[in-house]
Design a protein around this ligand. Structure first.
Ligand SMILES: [Zn+2]
Length: 535
């Protein structure tokens, strides 16, 4: 059998792995590349395999960086089943058509500009219709149940605790009488998150493909509820509105859950809460309809409230743009939760425009703010911003909550793997920027003594039972951008490693310089990370 790495290699998006076993070709995830222009351009390139020759897809969860190219795969000839959990399908029913809509709008925008420049017409990567066609191929399965999708290929979905429906995939394979067990971690959630159950206690496998998003970091704030409570008390005391840009799937629901708790405990005043994002409203409905996935606390709240996880008379959901605009005529204070989470697009811009200039209002960011985004600039303390062509002074108080993350940090992931009784022959560390992935790979190697590999796009592993051999590709056929990216990353890696080696050598001979060198190295690390983002 052979496992080929086709995405999220030394980066955090475009998750895709191809497993060839018993004459079948199976994809684990088929995600969209997100981020900089070069990385996004990979979405338009051919897949490094023939979609018509893929037999099945195993989907870990609904996030677009894991599911977003499924409509393209189907459009290009994939006829097989897309296996996933029930809630993953329900969330994909929201996310994929929305993604198709974005592709159509982007192509339309490019064509409008391109026409004037005399360029040839651009086609969307896929359309809303393509998304609906792909959704027909979804096949759902319960958690913790063996599903033999083909002779000798058995799948088991395990709770990943990352978003509702998210799974860690166990694969039990039998090829030529030899057994091989695989684990694909998907995205792993933090333990003790509200609503969601903790990630499944992994018992082990022969090979593990693991994520490493926060492989070089630990989350600082342990008590999210208290952090939110303190901020809300201060913000609401000012009398103005509180605007929270939040991701529609996951974060919005968690915030609602916390607000219900804080308001019923009388820790914060019962002000109106407006959920102003059609996608968030749909995702909230999916959460309400699936109590089987709640943790114990959420289960008991659901039972106590007669089958309602959130039972707050002060929550209002706004569907239409008219309803959304009418919010600004409502009296303060109120809490407005709206997308996008990084305040780059969507209805939240409208609310920022009406509240940023007010000294009594507040804006709370509750998620990662990427370099260059409006959210990042506000968190960094800019005094003026341009929103929809209008100059806006920033007088509102800007808060940045750091405790919210849907991803486990380095120690939480390590803890998950340290409890294994069946130690793997090798870890393949994916879904992390270069420094996060290599740091986590080194940590696994030091703490567990297991061989680790940080694969590059196009690399593959040939496996026979529990024996394995890495085959590194030097040329990725037909995708010059990938080659360019790989070359670039290789140069950056070499430079960083050379610096590190030299500094380690100096530090060995001169103890007094250790902290000075450490600071320098951290600076270089930061620089490399910044450069990576700008590729
Ligand atoms: Zn995810």
């Amino acid at each position: 059998m052979r496992l080929t790495f086709c995405g999220a290699d030394r980066m955090v998006t475009g998750s895709c792995h191809m497993l060839e076993v018993n004459g079948k070709r199976i994809l684990i995830d088929c995600g969209m590349f997100q981020g900089t222009k070069l990385i996004r351009s990979l979405n338009e390139k051919n897949f490094p395999f023939n979609p018509g020759e893929i037999d099945a897809v195993l989907l870990t969860h609904a996030h677009v960086d894991h599911s977003g190219l499924l409509p393209k795969l189907v459009k290009q000839g994939f006829k097989g089943a897309i296996h996933c959990t029930k809630v993953t399908e329900e969330l994909c029913e929201i996310l994929l058509p929305d993604c198709g809509h974005i592709q159509e709008s982007e192509a339309e925008f490019a064509n409008r500009k391109g026409k004037r420049a005399g360029m040839t017409e651009v086609q969307p990567i896929y359309t809303v219709d393509d998304s609906y066609i792909a959704l027909k191929q979804f096949k759902t399965h319960p958690f913790n149940t063996d599903i033999e999708i083909y002779p000798g290929i058995t799948v088991r979905y395990r709770i990943a605790g990352h978003i509702l429906g998210s799974s860690i995939i166990d694969l039990m394979l039998n090829e030529n009488g030899k057994e091989t067990k695989f684990i694909f971690s998907g995205d792993i959630g933090q333990p003790n998150q509200p609503i969601l159950q903790d990630p499944y206690r992994i018992s082990g496998a022969d090979f593990i493909v693991t994520e490493s998003t926060y492989g070089d970091r630990t989350h600082e704030v342990a008590d999210r509820e208290k952090e939110l409570c303190d901020i809300m008390q201060e913000a609401l005391a000012k009398g103005g509105n509180v605007v929270i840009p939040a991701f529609a799937v996951g974060r919005t629901q968690v915030l609602l859950y916390y607000f219900q708790k804080l308001m019923s405990d009388k820790k914060i005043p019962e002000v109106p809460i407006v959920i102003d994002s059609p996608m968030a409203i749909k995702a909230t409905k999916v959460m309400f309809m699936n109590p089987a996935e709640y943790d114990e606390e959420a289960q008991s709240i659901y039972d106590k409230q007669g089958g309602r996880l959130i039972d707050m008379p002060n929550v209002r959901y706004t569907q239409t743009p008219e309803e959304s605009r009418a919010i600004n005529d409502m009296p303060s204070p109120m809490i407005i939760i709206s997308a996008s989470g990084m305040a780059d697009a969507g209805r939240v811009l409208h609310h920022l425009k009406h509240n940023l200039w007010r000294a009594d209002s507040s804006v709370i960011f509750a998620g990662y703010q990427a370099e260059g985004s409006m959210g990042r600039r506000l968190v960094d303390g800019v005094k003026r911003v341009k929103i929809m062509g209008e100059d806006i002074a920033v007088k509102a108080h800007i808060y940045n909550m750091t405790g919210f993350s849907a991803h486990a940090d380095k120690n939480q992931m390590l803890e998950l793997y340290q409890g294994m009784t069946h130690k793997p022959k090798a870890f393949f560390v994916v879904h992390g920027e270069y420094t996060a992935a290599t740091t986590f790979a080194n940590t696994l190697q030091n703490e567990l003594g297991t061989t680790t590999v940080v694969p590059q796009y196009g690399d593959s592993v040939v496996i026979d039972g529990t024996d394995w051999k890495l085959e590194q590709t030097t040329i990725v056929s037909g995708i010059p951008e990938v080659q360019e990216l790989r070359e670039y990353m290789r140069t950056m890696e070499k430079t960083y490693l050379a610096y590190r080696n030299r500094m380690e050598q100096v530090a060995l001979h001169d103890n007094s310089r250790v902290s000075e060198l450490k600071t320098k190295l951290d600076k270089i690390k930061k620089y490399v990370e910044e450069m990576m983002k700008n590729v």
